[in-house]
Design a binder for this molecule. Structure first.
Ligand code: GLU
Length: 268
């Protein structure tokens, strides 16, 4: 039985392909609609942390480049440009609903080092106590491994699961460009079925998630399954929803069956 009505602390991750058009320019309709729903979720008394990708994609769009730079300093430079723009947009839109945002940029070292980890937890807790909305991203401009496949966090699905564990979130919601986990790739197989609930992460489930992400994001389903492994093993429920339908967040919290729910073990 789905009942997320009592969840208090929620982490929402937004991917680059939800935030931007293929050109890298901001998808204003989508971002505005999402910010409105997220602001309302905060108004309902829940604590919210946003993990947002898009620094590199927005940097590419802002500079009018046709694609992401291939070299590491180039990627770091566009991330620095885009991160600034991204926070400007979020700050502006959340301000319209009277919410204050704060930026937290992280590297794997910040979580692995016990002193830095404690500092980070203190900052998150204080921000949440102050009713501020922390917006988190990988610190792509200082940690090269962050934007290399296979290195450190490597992707924001993993980062959002790490943040969920760090702040002991009740619920992690990954907003994707697809409705959830399917039995096969629905873009190539019309018979693929949406899986509403994953009770246990079996090798069969992992096999269904194969395949890379889009050109603008770094994820895909593989990183989402990895995020689920981490989040549910620490007691957080995880959901994959389609970021193109922001009202699905309301439907989810009202107990409707949307997306794919990865159950935390205590629901067994
Ligand atoms: N940190 C990257 C960015 O903001 C995105 C990583 C990801 O999409 O997973 O551009």
């Amino acid at each position: 039985m789905r009942d997320f009505s009592n969840v208090k602390r929620v982490v929402v991750k937004i991917g680059s392909s939800t935030l931007t058009h293929p050109s890298g320019l901001l998808n204003i309709r989508c971002v505005e609609a999402l910010v409105k729903v997220l602001a309302d979720i905060k108004n309902s008394g829940r604590e919210l942390v946003l993990v947002s990708s898009g620094a590199q994609a927005v940097g590419v769009g802002k500079l009018g480049l046709r694609e992401k730079p291939q070299d590491m300093p180039g990627k770091q430079a566009v991330a620095a440009i885009g991160q600034c723009e991204l926070m400007y947009i979020y700050d502006k839109l959340f301000s319209e609903y009277n919410h204050v945002t704060a930026q937290i940029l992280l590297t794997r070292e910040d979580v692995d080092n016990p002193v830095r980890k404690q500092n980070l937890q203190n900052t998150f807790h204080r921000l949440l106590e102050m009713n501020i909305l922390p917006i988190v991203n990988e610190n792509d401009s200082v940690a090269t491994e962050e934007i290399e496949a296979g290195g450190s966090f490597g992707d924001n699905d993993t980062l959002s699961a790490v943040v969920s564990v760090l702040i002991e979130a009740d619920l992690l919601i990954l907003l994707s460009d697809i409705d959830g986990l399917y039995t096969d790739n629905p873009r190539t197989n019309p018979d693929a079925q949406l899986i509403p609930c994953v009770e246990r992460l079996t090798p069969e489930i992992e096999a269904m998630a194969s395949g890379a992400g889009s050109a603008r994001g770094t994820g895909g389903m593989v990183t989402k399954i990895r995020a689920a492994q981490l989040a549910v093993s620490h007691g957080a429920e995880m959901l994959i929803l389609n970021g193109a339908n922001p009202n699905d967040l309301y439907r989810l919290l009202d107990g409707e069956e949307v997306g794919t729910w990865f159950m935390a073990p205590h629901n067994d």
